[in-house]
Ligand binder design. Structure first.
Ligand code: NAD
Length: 236
């Protein structure tokens, strides 16, 4: 017998933002916007060539500021779920874009960081950033060049707020995984953690991934997510 749904954890990935015009990360060939992840998404890549890495994230940031890039109906539906569901909804995103917050989501964890922020490697202070970053920028805290980096969790680094995420996964009744390939860890294991603590697990994706969810719903996020949220709210 399934237990009543009082608490929901939603995990989103690059697929939810695809229909907003932001390319997904092609894990199958290890390329992100035609760059090797080793070059643009690892601490080693940044140490080798900081200008290339800054340039890459400057372009991603610029793209996000383009008026044509807007939250789509899937982002809007998750914000509605948080507003209208009579229980707890935590949204954990692997995305570094800001489309969830622009859609109105508030109980949100950016486990892989945020494009619109930068961080001082020396003090770990985090600043809002809509500027073009370069190796020569001085940080506001130490006034030294070379200390600022994109506030992005790169491969090999620890995702953010894992303690809070783990607690939520172990106590939720429903776990939704939306637009993520399940290739990036530890997020790829979240469904397993929720399931082993008794939650129902549902995947909403364009195509089948290899993970063993209780239910799979296939289609474009902008149509399947609003429909799923509508049903969930109606039965709540
Ligand atoms: P991924 O690119 O590995 O997988 C994307 C998944 O989304 C695939 O399973 C695909 O079938 C599905 N998908 C594609 N279009 C869809 C649509 N319209 N509707 C529903 N599903 C759709 O993405 P990931 O699992 O999130 O891992 C990518 C990593 O790269 C993350 O760590 C993330 O930080 C980073 N990234 C972020 C962004 C962003 O912020 N928007 C974009 C690219 C990469």
């Amino acid at each position: 017998m399934t237990r009543p749904i009082k608490s929901i954890v939603v995990l989103t990935g690059a697929g939810i933002s695809a229909e907003s015009g932001i390319n997904t990360f092609r894990a199958s060939d290890g390329l992100w916007e035609n760059h090797s992840i080793d070059d643009v998404a690892t601490p080693e890549g940044f140490a080798r060539n900081p200008q290339l890495v800054h340039h890459f994230y400057n372009r991603r940031r610029q793209q996000l500021l383009n008026p044509s890039v807007q939250p789509n109906p899937a982002h809007m539906a998750l914000a509605r779920l948080e507003r209208e569901f009579p229980g707890n909804v935590l949204l954990v995103t692997q995305n570094v874009d800001n489309l969830h917050e622009r859609a109105g989501s508030q109980n949100l964890i950016h486990m892989h960081g945020e494009l619109m922020k930068m961080r001082c490697e020396c003090t770990q202070l985090i600043f809002a950033s809509s500027i073009e970053l370069s190796f020569d920028n001085l940080c506001r805290c130490c006034q030294e060049p070379g200390n600022l980096r994109p506030h992005i969790v790169w491969f090999g680094e620890m995702p953010l707020q894992m303690h809070e995420i783990t607690q939520a996964l172990e106590s939720c009744d429903l776990f939704l995984s939306i637009g993520t390939s399940g290739n990036v860890y530890p997020a790829a294991n979240f469904y397993h953690s929720a399931k082993s603590h008794g939650a129902q697990t549902v995947e909403l994706n364009l195509e089948h991934t290899h993970s063993d969810f209780d239910e799979h719903i296939y289609g474009a996020a902008s149509s399947i997510v609003p429909a799923y949220v509508e049903g969930l709210l109606r039965s709540a």
